[in-house]
Write a protein that binds this ligand. Structure first.
Ligand SMILES: [Zn+2]
Length: 161
């Protein structure tokens, strides 16, 4: 009972602007599915064409992300490759005396929705790296809470900063 009340409280507290944005995105998605081009959708909804294009890009990302998460979760080969990589991370952390936990990297990909936490874009399988938020070199744990899915390129540019 308490849980239901607090859920309603949360929903009621969603700002009007955010509610409008949700409704707009829903309308944009529906019209796009019916084959309306961006310019026509913008005219029908009375919003800027750039706004419609941003909504459509975002929807594309959400769809690709959902597909990648399913593919990641389903691929035994990828999971095996990830677990080998995990063994390397574990060994490095153990050599330094850091806290080490057994991690299922495939579960981290699913948890992070195959999304790079450094740039926010979808990660395709060949691009995947894992970043230790607190680096192993600075005593960071090899544990799920300290790991994030990233692109290889984003992780490398973070390392060179
Ligand atoms: Zn990235």
């Amino acid at each position: 009972m308490h849980g239901t009340e607090s859920r309603f409280a949360r929903e009621a507290s969603v700002p009007v602007e955010a509610q409008r944005a949700l409704i707009r995105r829903f309308a944009v998605a529906n019209l796009a599915e019916q084959g309306y081009p961006a310019g026509e959708i913008a005219r029908l909804l009375g919003v800027a064409r750039e706004r419609v294009q941003r909504d459509l890009r975002r929807r594309f990302h959400e769809e690709t992300r959902a597909r990648f998460v399913r593919e990641w979760a389903a691929s035994a080969l990828l999971v095996a490759r990830l677990q080998r990589r995990d063994a390397n991370h574990r060994r490095r952390a153990r050599e330094r005396g850091n806290h080490v936990e057994r991690v299922r990297l495939a579960e981290i990909v699913v948890r992070d929705e195959a999304t790079c936490y450094l740039c926010g874009d979808v990660i395709v399988p060949g691009e995947l790296h894992f970043d230790h938020v607190v680096p192993i070199a600075r005593g960071g744990a090899h544990a799920a809470e300290n790991l994030r899915a990233t692109h290889a390129r984003c992780n490398q540019s973070k390392g060179s900063r």
